[in-house]
Design a protein around this ligand. Structure first.
Ligand code: NAP
Length: 659
């Protein structure tokens, strides 16, 4: 076993990217004025208040109204022109003070200052503070890291957890378990860590959410180069986080979990893993934490004649770097988030491109999609202590309400099935207006570019115009007739067209509702988890499943955010919740915890009711957010704040403790 016994205590600062000092401000007043003019004011005011220790400038009249986002962000959270003018004067004074007093660092804040800053950014929403303090690395109450240690709670007890997977979720889980000193083994089926970001290397791969909303609370990198990070940047970040946290040295690569069986007598999971050669190993663990990803199992639809195709065929996730599309005839099947990135990236260099579209995607305008961070932003991160971390916090604040208000369905709305509410209809009209502009030269394509379902029913893409440019390029054909069959040299449609191609790319997505596919998990009374679920995966808080003691899913069912919130927050909280449950087991000196069925039923009823009120929950909508039974099993329909509350404690009444 290559995993090392762990017993490291966490430091006082819970941020692997913590920077003690930044460069001093030396610029002239004119230069500072220019900086302030290009800065995001709420983040800057908060950072300056923290650095100068003067929160008195964060007056009520300067609070950003947090105007809800319909299609584009409102600058400065919707601050009025008068607010902005005043805020710029305050910011300039703050920067001058940094210069005059040569302030280049900031300490952990007092509770009072933390409250003042969070009150300012959140517009006085006190119930957001706990969640935001999970993210604010200067808070004295930062609440992600465990405040206990295995040695103090259970010193001497033999206990070992298994963490399965070293993607975004597995790294978070391993880091938190390591901080608590809980012995664990971490396995990874692939040869490298990074999960989806290791696998997805297709041309054009990058983030489609703002970079600063896509990082760990305990690893707040500040010098991200792009507004929407490129795929390799995220991969390198994950590798660097794993290195800084020491997790990378613990991962057993090429080791796949195939079976876990609970033994009620010993209180242990008998775990079977398979290595690269197919050889199986049996070992025992007290707890199992699965972090096996959600968008991981490729969906490759079946088409007649598929096997007869003699060219190259590959799924977006399994892009073969040896395949050179330049000068080739290429077909891309699908028009989701992956296709959105592949099609514009390969379009200029191919001989011909056919895009097979079943339904058109909705796209939100993001003019800065391919842009680097601005020069002003880089200056601020170099010269204002923890500016980047405050910017990250500000992105998090804006992400709490997100765009929920645009996708909430109104009962009896006459615009269905094309929209779900008046606001949703407005968004639809605005996005169609943009499409009209984009397809002005190709009115024949416009009807195919307008989705026939409500905005938000499926994942919305970020668009800076490259999709329309690729679809309207002379070498591109947008094919909307369904695929009838593959031939040895191409694809034939129902309408009878035959497209001769050299390469077929399946940008056909994943099978996200098939949680733990390929793994047998046998719990109490010999019940296998997939039989229990019967195609409808359900877990309390997305983490625990009745009948499967000490079994924790990190990023399990119903915790995915799509119009609001941070992925990292959700999976960190899930990992931290699992760790809290382990603490209960250790402190109570019991073998295991098992969630009660009634707690799960209550949870599912709660999320289902809310999902039914959303665009993606309407009966006339089909989306990967739903499973084969039609239940929305992927999506968390509330804000991050509700998840923070739901996972704050392992409530004794929700669990059975097995002695
Ligand atoms: P997807 O959104 O599920 O899109 C799959 C596409 O394939 C859809 O257009 C779908 O059409 C089409 N399709 C599926 N089966 C088909 C069939 N039998 N015949 C014709 N077309 C078929 O998959 P994805 O683009 O890989 O994205 C999945 C998720 O991964 C995203 O929603 C996002 O959460 C994540 N992702 C993120 C990034 C990023 O951050 N950079 C990039 C890529 C993916 P229908 O719409 O009609 O079903």
């Amino acid at each position: 076993m290559s995993a090392v016994e762990l017993d490291s205590r966490s430091g006082a600062v819970d941020d692997l990217y913590w920077q003690d000092a930044c460069d001093p401000v030396t610029e002239s007043d004119e230069e500072l004025q220019r900086i302030v003019a290009g800065a995001d004011l709420p983040a800057l005011l908060a950072a300056l208040a923290a650095a100068t220790g003067d929160v008195s400038a964060l007056t009520e009249d300067l609070r950003p109204p947090l105007t809800p986002v319909d299609t584009v962000n409102h600058p400065h959270g919707g601050m009025s022109a008068a607010q902005q003018e005043k805020a710029r004067a305050v910011a300039l004074a703050g920067l001058r003070r940094l210069r005059a007093e040569q302030i280049t660092s900031v300490d952990i804040l007092s509770e009072e200052h933390t409250d003042a800053i969070l009150g300012y950014l959140s517009g006085g929403r006190k119930n957001w503070h706990g969640m935001l303090e999970h993210e604010l690395d200067l808070s004295p109450r930062k609440n992600g890291a465990p405040d206990w240690h295995f040695d103090d709670v259970a010193g001497g007890r033999e206990f070992r957890a298994l963490i399965v997977g070293s993607g975004v979720a597995g790294i978070a889980a391993a880091h938190r378990f390591r901080q608590a000193g809980v012995p664990f083994t971490i396995i990874e089926a692939a040869e490298k860590l990074g999960g989806t970001w290791q696998k997805n290397r297709y041309p054009g791969v990058r983030l489609d959410t703002p970079t600063f909303g896509y990082s760990y609370s305990f690893a707040q990198r500040g010098d991200w180069p792009h507004q929407f990070a490129e795929g390799h940047e995220i991969r390198e970040y994950l590798e660097s986080v794993a290195e800084r946290s020491g997790v990378d040295r613990l991962v057993e690569y090429g080791c796949r979990l195939v079976r876990a069986e609970w033994n009620e007598d010993t209180g242990l999971w008998a775990v079977t893993t398979e290595d690269r050669t197919g050889a199986r190993t049996l070992r025992h663990f007290n707890a199992v934490i699965t972090a096996t990803g959600q968008l991981d199992i490729p969906n490759i639809p079946e088409f007649p004649g598929q096997e007869s195709f003699t060219g190259v065929a590959m799924h977006s996730q399994d892009w073969d770097p040896a395949v050179d599309c330049r000068g080739k005839r290429v077909a891309v099947i699908g028009t989701g988030a992956s296709a959105y990135q592949i099609v514009p990236a390969i379009c200029p260099d191919v001989q011909s491109l056919v895009v097979f579209q079943r339904s058109a995607p909705w796209m939100l305008p993001a003019p800065n999609y391919h842009e680097p961070m601005t020069e002003v932003f880089s200056w601020l991160t170099r010269k204002v202590p923890h500016y980047a971390q405050f910017h990250r916090l500000w992105v998090t604040v804006l992400g709490i309400p997100g765009r929920f208000h645009t996708v909430r369905a109104e009962e009896g709305w006459h615009g269905a099935p094309l929209s779900v509410s008046p606001r949703n209809h407005e968004v639809r009209e605005e996005l169609i207006r943009i499409l009209r502009e984009q397809f002005a030269e190709r009115p024949d394509l416009l009807p195919h570019a307008i989705p026939a379902y409500p905005p938000g029913a499926k994942r919305m893409l970020r668009d800076n115009g490259v999709w329309a440019r690729a679809l309207t390029a002379p070498q591109t054909t947008l094919e909307t007739s369904p695929i009838r069959r593959f031939t040895p040299t191409g694809i034939e449609t129902e309408a009878g067209a035959v497209h001769e191609v050299d390469v077929i790319v399946y940008a056909t997505g994943f099978r996200p509702s098939e949680y733990l596919e390929g793994i047998d998990v046998v719990g109490r009374r010999g019940r296998e988890i997939h039989e229990v679920w019967d195609g409808d995966a359900r877990a309390y808080n997305g983490v625990t499943v009745p009948g499967f003691p000490n079994f924790f899913m990190v990023y399990g069912p119903n915790v995915g955010g799509v119009v609001a919130g941070s992925l990292h927050f959700m999976l960190e909280r899930a990992a931290e919740y699992a760790l809290k449950a382990v603490r209960e087991v250790l402190e109570r000196r019991v073998k295991a915890v098992d969630v009660r069925p009634e707690a799960l039923d209550r949870f599912v009823e709660w999320v289902d009711a809310e999902n039914r009120r959303m665009a993606w929950g309407q009966p006339y909508v089909r989306t990967w957010y739903q499973n084969g039974k039609g239940r929305v099993s992927q999506i968390w329909p509330f804000t991050n704040v509700e998840y923070w509350e739901a996972t704050e404690d392992v409530r004794a009444q929700d669990y059975e403790f097995l002695g």
